[in-house]
Design a protein around this ligand. Sequence first.
Ligand code: AMP
Length: 406
Amino acid sequence: MRDILPRERAIWRVAEKAAAEVARSFGYEEMVTPVIEHADLIERVGEDTDAVAKELYRFDDRGGRNLALRPEATAGVVRAYFEGGLSQGPQPSRLYLIGPMFRYDRPQKGRYRQFFQFNVEAIGVGSAALDAEVIELAAGWLHGVGLGELRMELNSIGDAKCRPAYLERLQAYYRPFKSQLHGDCQLRLESNPLRLLDCKVAQCQPFKTGAPRITDHLCEECSAAWAEVQVLVDAAGIEYQLNPHLVRGLDYYTRTVFEFYRASATGQQDALASGGRYDGLAEAEGWPPTPGVGFAGGLDRVTELMAASGEEVIAPPPADVVVLADGDLDVAAADVARICRTVRSVAVDYDRKSLRAKMRSANKLGARWVVLIGAKDAERRIAQLRVMASGEQVEVAWVDLPAQLA
Ligand code: AMP
């Protein structure tokens, strides 16, 4: 876990603002759910993912409840959709949430145990148009923060109707190679064959190429949805690659899966955002069957790239104006405060350092203006106003400062 210090925080604010704006432009409303959920809720829907099997922060509270820090947002958002009565309102519910997630992941560069996601969900309608909508929203956000050069990968993993027969085909294909797969994949072959396709271990790679593709074995409904998603994503002008090995390991995921990467990203780099449809999730949580689709964007990764991109996304100075009372503070603090109250975005240097030293730190702050007030100036109710960019300095009456600094 880490601290986000003010300079970095300013970049996060740009990313969050872009998220809020693009979400709003698609009619999505913000919500907040607790970072703590009943462990049972998370485990019920996540039994086979790493996030649950190995990475869940789980604890008992003083009342003996078995709780977990949320590893992702969707399970909690779907819970809130039912508990809060959103399921009774107009459908779909278009929701977004920005907040911390927790996974006891192996610490490594760019991966944290507390990290932040921009999470978007459209719940209550199964239309493939919503898959395309959340894809467009994700792309809009990444473009909005200056990460325009993207590669999107897209696949469909079918549904409860067509996937079982496909999995049998996949198993039949892999069985003859079983002894050549690495340990986990030998187990997956029986327990979760779809995950064979996204194995990253070198010795398993050669077998993927010849594996049957699920998109060749979709039922009629999934096939129609798959075609529609592609037409709509094309129409949105978003480029993508079909990746038959892009999968999710849980039964409640259905149809569309997608991931966004930087176009220049190679091999093992993390996705910037990933998502898909989860028509079986509500039922897995014990609610009536309800379709949903969404994605999660990684704010840590995205802000890191924004900072590295060198573009001026960046950090406005903490204050536009710095007020310096000359050395000995003969100028009454009340006078300084009175001036500050009339001006917005202002910082005061109360130090007793020399004026020269104070100018240096004002410069470092990046302020546009510095207001210097000497004792004599104070008597006359005037100040010296310095424009930092040009170095120009003029005498200004206190009453005229707000207008001058507007
Ligand atoms: P996931 O929920 O695993 O599909 O992740 C969605 C996005 O969240 C990823 O594309 C990453 O950008 C980000 N993410 C996931 N896990 C971490 C982590 N441990 N640290 C930082 N970002 C993460």
